[in-house]
Design a protein around this ligand. Structure first.
Ligand SMILES: Cc1cc2nc3c(=O)[nH]c(=O)nc-3n(C[C@H](O)[C@H](O)[C@H](O)COP(=O)(O)O)c2cc1C
Length: 200
């Protein structure tokens, strides 16, 4: 049973605590179908998705993530509020348990737009709407996800282990699994503080 899309967005919190239960490939394909319905420049569809479910691959990439994230976790800011502290704690849990996450979806871009002079900006801006579609679709199906940028610290290992070609650029790594915790309403700044009608 799927849910209303607005309701899914309202409660699409980053799920950093995931069960180890496998997520069937048919379900992953549903998420990727949703991802590839996204808007993209000129319908160039410069995206590729690497689905990492293999235990050995996850262990190797996870070790690189943990090593790369070590300094960020060790030197986390002091005086954080409860929400920020829980976010760091959750991110550390996710990195530490990288290999236990059933599926990691690596969203990658190809530099293909505009055809006469492709740019990095269009490449990265192609993959993010797709990733957002994916996490909202997952939420609607009761599946937890967490956007990450772990490829920033483990890009070389990721490329080697998953044999990602040089012209394909990992741009987001999304953890996917059944949630161990409850989805909660997302907390955002009041709308009035960020909306400007006609003039800033
Ligand atoms: C571009 C981007 C990068 C992110 N990177 C990470 C990350 O590396 N690790 C992580 O645990 N969460 C990451 N997140 C999730 C955010 O931290 C999360 O969405 C934010 O704290 C708000 O929490 P909420 O979505 O649960 O309301 C990322 C989100 C985005 C959009």
């Amino acid at each position: 049973m799927t849910m209303n899309v607005i309701e899914a967005m309202e409660t699409c919190t980053a799920m950093r605590y995931l069960k180890e239960d496998p997520v069937p490939r048919e379900v992953i394909m549903k998420l990727l179908h949703a991802a590839t319905r996204a808007s993209n420049p000129g319908n160039s569809q410069g995206w590729e998705f690497v689905v990492v479910e293999d235990a050995v691959a996850k262990a190797e990439i996870g070790a690189a993530v943990l090593q790369g994230m070590g300094p960020a976790f060790a030197n986390r800011p002091t005086g954080m509020d409860g929400v920020q502290a829980r976010m760091y704690q959750g991110a550390e849990h996710l990195a530490t348990n990288f290999a236990k996450v059933p599926v990691w979806i690596v969203g990658c871009g190809r530099k293909v737009y505009p055809p006469h002079a492709p740019t990095d900006v269009f490449m990265y801006s192609t993959i993010y709407p797709a990733a957002q579609n994916l996490i909202v679709a997952a939420r609607s199906l009761g599946i937890g996800t967490c956007f990450t940028t772990f490829h920033h610290v483990a890009g070389d290992t990721l490329r080697r282990v998953c044999r990602i070609p040089d012209d394909v650029h990992p741009s987001v790594m999304i953890a996917v699994g059944y949630p161990e915790r409850k989805f909660m309403p997302v907390r955002r700044k009041p709308l009035e503080s960020v909306v400007h009608w006609n003039m800033f």
